[in-house]
Design a protein around this ligand. Sequence first.
Ligand code: ATP
Length: 234
Amino acid sequence: MAEPLLEVSHLAVHYGGIEALCDFSLQLEEGEKVALIGANGAGKSSTLKALAGVVPFAQGSLRYDGMDWTHQPAWKRARAGLILVPEGRGVFPRLSIAENLQMGQMGRSDPAAMEKVYVRFPRLYERRTQAAGTLSGGEQQLLALGRALLTRPRLLMLDEPSMGLAPQRVDEVFGVIAEMVQAGTTLLLVEQNARRALELCDRALILESGRVVFSDRAAVCLASPALRAAYLGE
Ligand code: ATP
């Protein structure tokens, strides 16, 4: 049988004496969509950052695309398609929208791909010479997603993509995410709007105080009144 696209085994993340994540294991098949949910401070961002190589593994290992990636730096992971769109979007406010998008090409020049992003996001095209910091929060999120598209993600990790956005913008952001996954991108999604994340994803992991307390199909989570009350605030 083919190896999964990603296999994390017994990952731990520490910040000094703080154990942010403990014994985290996950296998992701190509094209799978997994929601990672849990309260503030549960360790969701730390999980994504460790997989992206932005914070180190205190313990554990990472296999990706059939190889050991545990000790590979963030830039190599990004080049290989392991892409994180961080909370707060990671947009460079003083650079223009076009320059922010070019960063997504990571040194490649692919005008056709740029054009596709501009066609998908006409507002970014209209304002391409303006500083990204002049965009609204929702537009900056679309810029971050547009840039992520240009990186040719195989595994896209999104940290709170709808954070702080007006409902209409949330719909737009989820629409773009849905298009990306329909195109076959594998997704690991951290989202405060847990219901929407679960409706989009196949599987769910719930973290509590740095440990996985639930791992099953998203539909199982949605069907459980106890889990809905505890983690969806319903
Ligand atoms: P949130 O939704 O609030 O971002 P989260 O589930 O993403 O929460 P993390 O940000 O991964 O959680 O944080 C997990 C734990 O690690 C928390 O106790 C947090 O305070 C701690 N932590 C996170 N980043 C750091 C850091 N740079 N230095 C020290 N502690 C940190």
